[in-house]
Every structure is written in C-alpha cells, then in structure tokens.
Design a protein around this ligand. Sequence first.
Ligand code: ADP
Ligand code: ZN
Ligand code: ZN
Length: 728
Amino acid sequence: MVEVPFGHGNSLRRAVISAEENETEFKDLKRIAKVLISQPVYLPDQIELAKEMKRRYFCSIGQALKTISPPTVFTIGKKSARACSLTDRDIAEDMLCDNLLTSLQQQRVVEMLLQVETASVQEITQACQVTPSVLKTLERKGVLKFFTKNIDREFKQPEIWPEAEVEHLNQDQEKAVQGILDLATMNETTDVDFQQSKKISKLKEALLFGVTGSGKTEVYLRVAEQMLEYGKTVIILVPEISLTPLMISRFTKKFGEKIAVLHSRLTATQRFEQWQSILSQDKQIVVGARSAIFAPLKNIGLIIIDEEQESSYRSESTPRYNAHEIARIRAIQQNALLLLGSATPAVETFFRTQIGKSVRFELPHRAKPASLPKVHLCQMKNEFARDDFDGVFSRQLIQNLRVTFADGGQAMLFLNRRGLTSTLQCKICGFVVKCDNCEVPMTRHLNRHYKHKERLICHYCGKIIPVITTCPLCGSAKMESSGLGTQRVEQAFAKLFPEYKALRMDFDTTIGTDAHQKILSQFGRKEADCLIGTQMIAKGHDFPNVRTVGILSVDSMLNTGNFKSEERAFQLITQAAGRSGRSDIQGDVFIQGYNLINHVIKSASAQDYIEFYNSEMEFRMRAKFIPFGNIGLALFQGLNELIVNSEADFMYEYLNNIIQSNRDFFSNTMIYSPAPAPIPRLRKKYRYRLIVKSDNILKIAQLFTLESRRKMVKGVNRSLDINPEHML
Ligand code: ADP
Ligand code: ZN
Ligand code: ZN
C-alpha cells in the first residue's frame, strides 16, 4: 500500500500496487510518494475478486478493495477514542419522560448512556444505529459531553453456553458429512500445475436442507474439523453475530485458538488484530457476519453460509454485494466447496439443487427425540363474541399457556411489529396520522420512562411526536388505533397472567452492546416464563423448555407489497414453530389471524417446505422473478421532486435508447418508465424508482454500469441494485 501524487494538484492518494511491469506506454510517470505498508495487504485472489465486483456491482476497483478490506484493518487503531457521557443524569431522565427528545435516535443514545455511564462514539453509533451527528445534536442541547478515553485492547472471548457434547451423529448426519466431504475433496489435483488448473475449476455447491433442530450445526462442526485435518481453512457466515450466540459458542468451544470472530462491534484495535492474525495465516477458521466472506484466508476448502435465506447477507450500501455471489467467486478461485444451510432455503437456492447446480443433503428429522410441534390455526374473527376478549389472545392460546406455565414450561410470542399499535386513524373522516418527513403512518408507543404517557413514533426516520387526540382534519375526538405491537402484547400478557413474568425483545429493548445476550440468557436461565418479541427472537436459539409458541397477527406479515413477503412469512412461521418442543415433550404452535386461507399459512402449518416451494415457484415463473428472471432497481431520492423525477426520466431515455438500438444483444430485456416508489417520501426526500427486467443478470449489470458513469445533478442520490431484497 502506497501513497501517490494524483491529478494536477498532486494531492496524495492511497493506492495499492497490484502488479509490476518493466515497460510502459505512458510517458510522464510520477514517483511513488511513500510506501505505507510494505507487506502485501491483499492476496492475489482478492485483487481478482475486486475486478469481478467491478463488473457485477458497477463500482470502482477502489470501492471494491475498500469493501474487501476496510482501511481500519490496516492501522493499529488509536489507543484512545472519543467517548461520551451524560452531563446530568437527572436532567436526561426528565427529558426522556417529558418527550423532550424529538427523535428515536436521540432517545436511544440517552437510554444507552443511562445504562452504561460512558461509551465510545463508535460503540454508541453501532449499538444505537445512529450517525455521529445525533451525538453532536445532543451535545448542542447540553445533554451529553465528549471526552477522550483509553480503549480496551483485549479481545473479549465469546461466551460459551453450557451444552452437552454430541457423541454420535445420527445416520442422516453421517450421510451428510460424508457426502459433503466427498464433494469438498473432489478434483484435488496434486500433480497438475495448480496455476493452470485454477482458472478452470467448476463451482462446487451443496445445500444442507435440515428441519429446525435437525443438528445442522453438528454437521458443520464435523466437516470443518475434517477440512482442517486436510490442511484447509474454513469460513462460516452467520446472519448476525449478536443473534447467533449459540453457533459462535459451539465453534469457539471446538476450535479455540484456531478461530477468528469478525463482527461489527469490535473496536478498531480488535478488528486490526483479528485481521492481521488472519492475514498472517495464524487462524484456520473465520466466523462472522456478511463481511467475513472477504477474510484474507489462503487455501480455503469450505465456505459455510448458515441460514442462507437471511436478507442480512446482502449489503445495503455501495457496492451492494450479495455474500452468496462473493462466496461463489471465492469458492471457484480456491476450488472450495460452498455449503448453504437452512430449514427454509430461499426458493432460488432450492431450485439450484433441482437443476443440478448444487447437491442437496437432507436432515428430515429432529436430532433429539422430539416430534415437530402441532400447529393450530386460530381464527380471530370468532374471538370477538367473547366478553373477555382483549384484542390479543385467542381462547385456545390462553388455555395452552396456562397449562404450559403451570407445568413449569416456557412460551414465546412473535409478531412483526413493535410499539403498541400500528396506525392512528380518525373514525369519522378516515384521516391517518402520518410522519411529516415520510409518507408512512406513525406508530403508537408507550413511553417506557413514564408509563402512562404515549407518543407516536415514525419507524422509518425515528421522529417522535405527542399522541394526537383530536383529528386535525375534521376536529372529531374519535381517533382510533389498530394493529398489534409488542408493547400491546406485553400489556395484555401482564393483565392475563399477573403471576408470570414476560420479557420483551425488540428494537426498543435491545439498546447497548450486550442487550440481546442479556435478554436471551435471562430467558435461558428460566428467569422469565414468556419471551415476547419481533423476528429477532425467531432465530436459532435453542430453549429446550419452550413448549408453546404463538404467532400473533400473521396477516400483517403477508401482502406487504414486497414480492418476497410471502417467502419471508413462510420462513418466519417455520422458524418460530421450530422454537417449540425442542425437548422430549411435543410443542404447540398457535397461528392467530383474520385471513388464514392463504397458501403460505397452509404450507407453513403443515410444515411442508416442498408444498410452499411449488406454489411460490409458480408465482415466480408467471411474474418472471428470480430464478426465472432478474430485476434491476434504480432508486432516485432528493428533496426536490421535480429534479428527482427528471433524473429518473433521463435514465429511462438513456437506457431505453441503448436497448432499442441493440435489440439483438438486449433481447428479453425491458425497461419500465419511472414512477414514484411505493414509499414516495422518506426522511423528507422524494423517491422515484425505475425497473429493468431481463433474463440475464449481466445485461442489467452492463446497463447499470453505463448509468453509473452518468453524473447526477446535485441534490439527487441514485442507487442501483440487482435482484434487491426490498422493492419499497
Ligand atoms: P439446527 O441448527 O439444525 O436447527 P442444532 O444444530 O441446533 O439444529 O441441533 C439441535 C439440538 O440437537 C442441539 O441441542 C444439538 O446439540 C442436538 N444434536 C445434534 N446432533 C445430535 C445427535 N446426533 N444426537 C443427539 N443430539 C444431537
Ligand atoms: Zn377526522
Ligand atoms: Zn418519518
């Protein structure tokens, strides 16, 4: 890594030497100003990878290299860091109670600082998911102050959960391990010149399709262990570190010093040290979230992506890469095996096993002697006749919970919305309270710091306003709210079961570094009877004592306007159901909703992936969605609607001309006129979107590469994405 003079002003820029040549066609060469790091900072494969990324994600090689190894991994972070603390705790508490903080972001920061006293800027911005500007605003308001603090250089070892060792694999696991190892070691060339065979190796891909609790992790562990024996290295991706403590714990327990764990909450120094130890090949296994796919390991034999259907494997910032695609490139480069694991694979992943691009291994049974739970559908329309109906719990679920709790069992209740209710609407004229900044309804929340006060929060921009009691349009006082949120369920639970304790886990209760872990271990130690939460509690935790699972307001998971909402709902219901009955007692799952006649609910309650897969594929084929077609999505955002619209129009004209004048090449490629996005305004910015469809992903990539070179008018932001996770 060097510094070179660049452009007319000779300003110094960081650069990487990727090759050496003795001759050149250029005449005026400048000298390298300074060698920053003389050891190689990238492996040759990573340079190749960057070139692929440029082609696929229409970014520059520089952007790709920065994504592969962020600058922070090359410098020993400073030993001190900027940190914050509250100026006055009492005043801060008062501000929380009196709704004097005007955004959720500010509130989260204050809540975190009340808990932890002091924290570095990096810790706060990550734990609260805010930008540093929020901290500056709070400083201006006199709420907090900055200072410099020494930072922890110690790498905190991940927590090891007490668990019994698995002694013998069952037959299905044995078969999977053997099959996977056979694949992984296929085409091992010992005598051929490796340099030559490298380029032509074919992708080796497999899917471990195992129901929840079938013991997939044990298969990963055995296969990884064997790969190390062969002298190979292994990368394991998990959706999100804080939500998968069990997986980390199992790998750490087995591999100890050989393992490097990469995640976003490392301090700069920790990240540097982990990275350097991988780069110098001191580690043989890397476990981490999405970006760990770039880990500078040599001699990779196996790449595992657990819960492969998770959307967190896609990056939401430029370059918008997909860890699956990067994994495929790396697997080809190194002749490694890509192993995807899931109980509910993305349909396009399963499809690959049907057309022979991937080999499927199945674990159709739970590893421990427990059958899959029994699923009950609860039609909530029927509950309204009950005098004691609280709008939340069906009679069936209440009865089952009573039995479970009396027996000393635990329960989990899922729903996909936090807060009290989803919308506030005037009963007379239909006016819906929406956010000033965004074209979306605001959600009613309890103020946790002042129990009886409520307020409205925008889930998109975080704006907080007091609850509106009279309609601003017609003046009526009949403002009514609808839709269930986690706080509402918590309230109803406390009323129904005053003698039992519930914990709530959602975005609002998981502020701070270890908040997730704390709630999960509390529940794991049986300090509470019930865990109420959003999606995040559906992920791979193993609580053997959970017998009842409730999935509340299932309707709100469907028809969200996103073409993947049905698939997401199926995955969520299956995962949630998989949380129950993990011991020798059969569990029960209750699905509550109003519209239960839906193919997703039908196949999810039968726990029938294949049935779901078939109906979903039919829909995708008709709509030409992945895997039958590709969608390119361009999103333009800016404060001035006219300019945003005209930039989108410009792109349409530009690309449409190219397509029309190269009809042969761009066959089966369509561009649609731009239109306001489904969420037409967000954080004060207007949003227009434009869609391109094609049978070939590279055709869209080519069009988007051209568009990405077109300069935008100031004040408009353009993002380009292929087969995105969200279309909103
Ligand atoms: P999955 O990841 O497929 O949902 P896990 O790997 O979490 O499932 O395994 C579920 C449980 O089964 C764990 O408690 C694990 O220790 C146990 N288990 C796995 N394999 C075996 C086995 N062969 N014999 C007994 N228990 C097993
Ligand atoms: Zn009204
Ligand atoms: Zn908003």
